[in-house]
Design a binder for this molecule. Sequence first.
Ligand code: UDP
Length: 472
Amino acid sequence: METPTPRALKIYFLPFFAQGHLIPLVQLARLVASRGQHVTIITTPSNAQLFDKTLDDDAAAGHRVRVLLIDFPAAQVGLPAGVENLVAASDNDTAFKISMAAHLIKPQVESLMKQSPPDVFIPDIMFTWSKHSANTLSVPRLVFNPISIFDVCMIHAIKENPQAFHSHSGPYHIPGLPHALTLPIKPSPGFAVLTEALLDAEEESHGVIVNSFAELDVEYTKHYENLTGRKVWHVGPSSLMVQKTVPSVKGDEHECLTWLNSKENDSVVYICFGSLSLISDKQLYEIAIGLEASGHQFLWVVHRKNKDEGNEEETWLPKGFEERMREKKRGMLIKGWAPQPLILNHGAVGGFVTHCGWNSVAEAISAGVPMITMPGFGDQYYNEKLITEVHGFGVEVGAAEWSLSPYESKKSVVSGERIEKAVRRLMDGGEGEGIRKKAKEMKHKAWKAVNEGGSSHNSLLDLIQHLKSFVP
Ligand code: UDP
């Protein structure tokens, strides 16, 4: 452990109300606290419950992370009390209202900062109003962006070259970007408005912190720093940074892990679409068709929050699907929260059908599991490009505008046939072996990055040094 600084910095962290944003920023706060700084996380009561147990370990180690609770203005946006995180949203409308409430906490956060000004403020980028608050209160601000810098570069490039979407269907070299890529799906008007706001929120910050590691997007980091003049710190993958060991099973094993124990190495496909899971029953049906037709074994997590009205029966699955899979010991369904990091680190898992949420991608990279990409919203389309075209440790199901988004109501469906083809491409051997090898190589780079002397380890130390420069 490093020697504590003579004058500890007082830093406020403000995580956004979505699992994929909240967890990595809390992990960053804990890492900074473990290096002797005075860290406060500002959040709402229900969001605090999602991570407060992890702080016990820090307290036991003598690194105190303070949590300051603010009220969530649930009633102002027409939500029931306690629904304060996108994970708790059971439909698109609720998810949208929670996102809208991001703006409503501004007065409370400002009031806390006035009462007791921090040396530095590190909000999630989704709090786009933070630029104004930090400027008004003269508090230095760095933004936390839970995605990769590759994504941020894509967002910048697409803003500068919107016409490219109309004229290119094959690989295209967006001016300034290091690689020619097939273009992702054109951003929806809703997402375009959001990204404009995010780009604006970056402005006037002292830099951007991302939950990634330098080896994943070296060229894009240089590109971003040249383009914006802002510095980037890669301090991820955050779960590996916090716990530099393979996640281990504690207490009662989830039955899926026992099931995986009976399978051969790299023989099972794991399917999970993150914490929001606003997937239509029609799409779930097609996934089942694709998995069955692929002939491969699978472990499939289904949250089914977006049930079709009146479809309470399990008619979202093909007739007899579960019985057939059970009899042949081919497939297992988890209808609820799954221990994803443990699953991905199980040797039997040889492929991951993912919506390309950044945390899932980072967890798969950390575990060396190749991906089958099926993005459904926003930055997930860019993550797919990084996985399949920049690095080649995954295969794509194919461009599709099915929707996982709280901001859109598109309801197209990706066919089972496309899902089957992608699963076979990765799992049938041949091409899949090369892809798996690349995934394992990137895993080694990620582990190297988080350990002593590695790029993310050094970046965290450099970040803390930089923060100290704000204090006279
Ligand atoms: N997750 C999990 N079990 C589940 C579903 C999700 O542990 O059943 C975790 C997953 O490991 C990841 C996070 O939830 O850490 C999802 O974040 P991601 O950025 O992938 O997607 P989002 O939920 O933001 O769409």
